[in-house]
Design a binder for this molecule. Structure first.
Ligand code: TYM
Length: 380
C-alpha cells in the first residue's frame, strides 16, 4: 500500500513526491507553453518559474487569457501569523512581488490571526494578532507596491469577509470539511469554520471592484485544499473560479521536513541576527557523505540537500553557476563545508539588508491595510 501523503495546510514533508501529489490533488503540472505565456506577459523570466519551484497550477492558462484580454485581475496570497517569518514563507511572496510588478496587479494579502489562534494551543489571540503586524513588515520589506497591496487582518477586517463567508459556509457540509482538511470530532468548531474565510478572500476583489475579477493565488501546494472547494462553489455564488500557481516547499535545514515554524532550529527567520542565520546554515544537514574522503570519492546528493535547495529555490539566480554547483557536488569536487560557507555569507548579507528594510517598514504598515483604502462591500 502507498504511504499517505503528508501535505496539507497543517502538515507537510519536504522532499515530497510532487508528481504524486498532483495526481492526488488533481492539479496540473505547469507546461513549457504556460511558462512561456506568463514570461511573455511579464516581459521576463523568474528563477522560480524556470526551475519549476512554482510547478503546478489550476487554470493559470485561463487567468493569463483573461489578463491578456483586458479583464480585471488581481493576486491573492496570505500568511498564518503564528510567529516570526522564515525563508520558506517569503519564497512565494518573492514570486508574488515579481508578478505584481510585472503584471501591474493589485495584491490582496490575508493575515489569518484567527486561524493560528484556533490551531495553536499556545497562542493567545492578542499574540497572533500582533504577529500579523510583525509579519506584515516582512511583506513590505520585500518591496510590494504600497498603493496596490491590501492587507486584510481577519479579526479586525471581518466585515469585509463575513457576508461572503456565510454564503460559502451554507454550501459546505461538515463531511466535506472533514474529508478535505482531516478534521474529526475533537476539532474545535472555530477551525471547522475557518477555511471558509480563507476561501472568501478569493471572491472579495469581485465585490470590492463591483465587477468580475479573475484572481490568481500564488502559494505553497500545502494550501491547495482550500481552493479545491472554493473553485467548486465559485460559479454558483456568482464569482469567477480563482486560479492557482503552486510552489514546492523549501526544506528545513534538518534531515527531513519542510522549513517550518514547528521546528525553529531548522528554519532561518527573517528576524534572526545575521550571524545566527549564518550559523544555522553552517550546521545544516546536507546531501553530503559522512567524511571528506568519501565525499571526494563518491560525490554528494544535491537532490536531497537542504543547502543546495536553498541555492536553487532562492539564492542563485544564475542558471550556469547553479548547474556547475550541482555537477561539482555530484563529482565530489565541491565539499559541503565550502558550499555551506558560501551560502552562509549570502544569507547573512540578505538578512542584514532585509532587516534594514524591515525596520523602515514600521513607518508604512498603515498604508498597506485594506481598510485604509476600501469600504467594506455592501451585503448582497
Ligand atoms: P502559512 O503562514 O503557513 O504560510 C504562508 C505561505 O508560505 C508557504 N510556505 C512555504 N513555502 C515554501 N516553503 C516552505 N517551507 C513553506 N512553508 C510555508 C505557504 O504555502 C503559504 O503560501 N492558511 C495560510 C494563510 C493564508 C494563505 C492564504 C496562504 C490565508 N490565505 C492564501 C496562501 C494563500 C497559512 O497559514 O500560511
Amino acid at each position: 500500500m502507498e504511504e499517505p501523503v503528508q501535505v496539507g495546510p497543517w502538515a507537510a514533508e519536504a522532499f515530497v513526491d510532487y508528481e504524486r501529489l498532483l495526481k492526488i490533488f488533481g492539479a496540473k503540472p505547469l507546461t513549457d507553453a504556460e511558462v512561456s505565456h506568463l514570461e511573455r506577459l511579464a516581459g521576463g523570466s523568474h528563477l522560480m518559474l524556470r526551475r519549476r519551484v512554482f510547478y503546478s497550477h489550476r487554470d493559470l492558462d485561463v487567468f493569463l487569457s483573461m489578463y491578456e484580454a483586458g479583464y480585471r485581475c488581481a493576486l491573492y496570497t496570505g500568511r498564518g501569523p503564528s510567529g516570526s517569518t522564515h525563508l520558506g514563507h517569503i519564497l512565494p511572496w518573492i514570486f508574488t512581488r515579481w508578478l505584481q510588478e510585472r503584471l501591474g496587479l493589485d495584491l490582496f494579502f490575508q493575515m489569518t490571526d484567527d486561524e493560528k489562534f484556533l490551531h495553536e494551543e499556545r497562542l493567545e489571540l492578542s499574540e497572533s494578532n500582533s504577529y500579523a503586524y510583525e509579519n506584515a513588515l516582512d511583506l513590505i520589506a520585500l518591496g510590494f507596491n504600497r498603493e496596490k497591496t491590501h492587507i486584510i487582518i481577519d479579526t479586525e477586517d471581518i466585515g469585509y469577509l463575513y457576508s461572503i463567508a456565510v454564503r460559502i459556509a451554507k454550501k459546505i457540509t461538515y463531511s466535506v470539511q472533514k474529508a478535505t482538511f482531516g478534521f474529526d470530532d475533537s476539532t474545535n468548531v472555530g477551525l471547522i469554520f475557518y477555511p471558509v474565510l480563507q476561501m472568501a478572500v478569493s471572491f472579495l476583489p469581485t465585490e470590492l471592484y463591483g465587477e468580475e475579477t479573475y484572481v490568481l493565488i500564488p502559494a505553497g501546494i500545502d494550501q491547495d485544499p482550500y481552493w479545491r472547494i472554493a473553485r467548486d462553489l465559485a460559479r454558483s455564488l456568482g464569482y469567477p473560479k480563482p486560479s492557482q500557481i503552486h510552489n514546492k516547499l523549501l526544506p528545513g535545514l534538518g534531515p527531513e521536513g519542510k522549513m517550518s515554524s514547528s521546528k525553529p532550529e531548522t528554519a532561518v527567520y527573517t528576524t534572526d541576527p545575521p550571524e545566527v542565520g549564518a550559523r544555522k546554515i553552517m550546521r545544516a544537514f546536507t546531501g553530503g557523505q559522512p567524511t571528506v574522503e568519501m565525499q571526494k570519492r563518491l560525490g554528494g546528493n544535491p537532490d536531497r540537500c537542504s543547502v543546495y535547495k536553498m541555492y536553487e529555490m532562492i539564492f542563485e539566480d544564475d542558471d550556469g553557476r547553479l548547474r556547475e554547483r550541482y555537477l561539482s557536488c555530484r563529482s565530489g569536487a565541491l565539499l559541503c563545508g565550502d558550499c555551506k560557507a558560501e551560502l552562509a555569507s549570502r544569507v547573512q548579507r540578505f538578512l542584514r539588508e532585509f532587516q534594514e528594510k524591515r525596520e523602515r517598514a514600521r513607518d508604512y504598515v498603515e498604508m498597506y491595510l485594506l481598510r485604509t483604502k476600501f469600504e467594506a462591500p455592501k451585503r448582497r
